[in-house]
Design a protein around this ligand. Structure first.
Ligand code: AP5
Length: 183
C-alpha cells in the first residue's frame, strides 16, 4: 500500500471523510490544511483572524502561511502521511516538490475524487460549516477550477494520479481508493 499520499478534489468531494478513514486504517498522519487553518482561527491569533477573513470568502489563504504550517508538520513524520487540501495551486505544488526532495520522501500517489457540482453544493449546504453558504461555495468551486484543477494534469503527467468516482456511498468510495492505491 502506498503511504505518501495526496487527496485532491473539489470542495465537498469527500477528501476529509476518506482521508480520516484511510489514515485510521493504515496508520498515516492526516495533514488537512483546512483543519490546521481552522485550528489557527479558533486560537484567535493574528494569523488566524487574517485567515478567517479569506476563508469566509472562499478564497485561498496565502501560500507562505500554508507552506509554513505544512513544512513544520511534515518534517517530523516518517511512517507515512496523507495531504488533504494541499497543494491548492501550482506554486504550492512546486514548493511541496522541493520540500519532499529535501526530506527525501517522494510523493507516491495522488487520488482525485470526482463529484459533479450540483451534488457538491447539496452536500455542503447540508453540512453547514461557516464557509458552506451558497455564494461562498460557488466561489470555492470557481477557485478550485481556476487554481487547483491544473494540478490534475501535472500529477497525471507524473503517472501517479488515480481518478475515483466520488458520487457513491462512503464505503464504496473507500474501497475504490484502497484498490487504486494497491490495497
Ligand atoms: P478545506 O477545509 O480544505 O475545504 P474544501 O477543500 O473546500 O473541502 P471540504 O472540507 O469542504 O470538503 P471535502 O472534500 O474534505 O469533503 P468532506 O469529506 O468534508 O479548506 C477550507 C478553506 O481553507 C479554503 O477555502 C481556503 O480558504 C483555506 N485553505 C485550505 N487549504 C488551503 C491551502 N492549501 N492553501 C490556501 N488556502 C487553503 O465532505 C463534505 C460533506 O459531504 C460532509 O458533510 C460529508 O459527510 C459528506 N460526504 C462525504 N462523502 C460523501 C459521500 N460519498 N456521499 C454523501 N455524502 C458525503
Amino acid at each position: 500500500m502506498k503511504k505518501k499520499l495526496l487527496f485532491l478534489g473539489p470542495p465537498g468531494a469527500g477528501k476529509g471523510t476518506q482521508a480520516n478513514l484511510f489514515c485510521k486504517k493504515y496508520g498515516l498522519d492526516h495533514l488537512s490544511t483546512g483543519d490546521l487553518l481552522r485550528d489557527e482561527v479558533s486560537s484567535g491569533s493574528v494569523l488566524g483572524v487574517k485567515a478567517a477573513e479569506v476563508m469566509n470568502k472562499g478564497e485561498l489563504v496565502s501560500d507562505d502561511l500554508v507552506l509554513s504550517i505544512v513544512e513544520a508538520r511534515l518534517v517530523n513524520i516518517h511512517q507515512g502521511w496523507l495531504l488533504d487540501g494541499f497543494p491548492r495551486n501550482v506554486n504550492q505544488a512546486n514548493s511541496l516538490k522541493s520540500l519532499l526532495e529535501k526530506i527525501n520522501q517522494p510523493l507516491e500517489g495522488v487520488v482525485l475524487i470526482k463529484v459533479a457540482d450540483d451534488y457538491l453544493i447539496k452536500r455542503l449546504l447540508e453540512r453547514g460549516r461557516q464557509d458552506d453558504n451558497e455564494q461562498v461555495i460557488i466561489n470555492r468551486l470557481k477557485v478550485y477550477r481556476e487554481k487547483t484543477s491544473p494540478l490534475i494534469d501535472l500529477y497525471s503527467k507524473q503517472g501517479i494520479l488515480e481518478e475515483i468516482e466520488g458520487n457513491a456511498d462512503i464505503d464504496v468510495v473507500f474501497s475504490c481508493i484502497e484498490k487504486a492505491l494497491g490495497g
